[in-house]
Design a protein around this ligand. Structure first.
Ligand SMILES: Nc1ncnc2c1ncn2[C@@H]1O[C@H](COP(=O)(O)OP(=O)(O)OP(=O)(O)O)[C@@H](O)[C@H]1O
Length: 307
């Protein structure tokens, strides 16, 4: 499939009129100090931050209501959430009555062993799935009853995904993969290109923009996935084992980058992992086991892990 065909398929599937009604106009969210992936940065594009023009009016015009902690309204709220998988006659409860409130600006790490329900929980937090029972609120909107096109609209506005299962599209170049969510939101082509160029520079991949994903290393692919997840400047970043297949150095870069987004841009970061080392970045850690929350721990960020 060509780039244009892929865009058209997405648009047809996901009801563009609804998406157009609620376009996020993108806010300023980087400055030069975010340039964490140094090696192959050209630096040229950082002088012209394409996200900076709309800084003052972006949130107002976006249709998104930014909830502050003062208002004490959670950005995401799960109330007695169950996820039951049906396998023929047999039912399996992967989540059993989860209650969780996540506030804007948190760095939440969801920690649990294999099979504990982390990915199932992530799919609900990311509006990729709806609960079997219970309620999921995003920005005070109950997503449990929404259809797929409405869920897609909310995802497009609110959430950037860094999922291993969210593969890059193999037939598209690095640049086209980053352009995808922008084109999908019918961003002006020229501005979209500037944003893609800017983001690829931020993650240190300017020189690889014409490469296909298969011509990149695992770490580089993950960096493209990060650039793509940030393209529409979502307030929430969801990452499923973001360092899973990476060497320590690249994994650390990615975590430091997410940490920077949290500290400097106030992004809400949610990571699910079984890696205890990631706890040091968290403001709260949710321990999950057998589909239930075992405990929730509030932390002072960047404290050494005491476990
Ligand atoms: N589509 C499905 N149908 C049936 N059972 C499922 C399905 N998806 C997940 N499960 C089961 O639900 C439980 C939780 O799975 P989940 O993928 O959420 O765990 P996880 O904590 O993310 O595991 P891992 O760390 O190994 O990825 C597991 O026992 C799994 O076998």
């Amino acid at each position: 499939m060509t780039f244009t065909e892929i865009i058209e398929t997405f648009k047809t599937k996901l009801n563009p009129s609804k998406i157009m009604d609620s376009l996020e106009k993108t806010a300023s969210f980087y400055d030069e100090s975010d340039k964490d992936f140094g090696e192959d940065d050209s630096g040229e594009d950082l002088k012209n931050n394409p996200y900076s023009n709309s800084a003052s009016d972006s949130v107002k015009s976006s249709g998104l209501t930014r909830i502050t902690r003062d208002e004490k309204e959670p950005l995401i709220k799960l109330t007695d959430v169950w996820k039951i998988y049906q396998m023929g006659e047999v039912e399996f409860a992967a989540l059993k009555g989860i209650n969780l409130e996540i506030y804007e600006g948190e760095f939440l790490v969801v920690l649990g062993p294999s099979g504990s329900g982390k990915s199932t929980l992530m799919n609900l937090l990311g509006c990729l799935d709806i609960p079997s029972e219970g309620t999921v609120y995003l920005n005070s909107e109950d997503i449990s009853e929404l259809d797929e096109s409405e869920l897609a609209r909310i995802r497009g506005q609110m959430i950037g995904f860094i999922f291993q299962s969210f593969n890059l599209i193999p037939t598209l170049s690095t640049e086209e993969n980053v352009l995808l969510p922008l084109e999908f939101q019918e961003e002006n082509r020229e501005i979209a290109r500037k944003k893609a160029t800017y983001l690829l520079d931020i993650v240190g991949l300017s020189e690889k923009k014409h490469n296909l994903p298969s011509q990149l290393s695992g770490g580089q692919r993950q960096r493209v996935a990060i650039a793509r997840s940030l393209a529409v400047n979502p307030p929430i970043i969801l990452a499923d084992e973001p360092t899973g297949n990476l060497d320590t150095k690249t994994g650390d870069y990615i975590l430091e980058f997410l940490d920077g987004l949290h500290k400097r841009e106030g992004k809400t970061i949610i990571i699910v992992t079984h890696d205890l080392d990631l706890v040091k970045y968290a403001t709260r850690v949710v321990y999950i086991r057998d589909g239930e929350i075992e405990k929730i721990e509030t932390r002072i960020k960047n404290e050494p892990n005491m476990n």
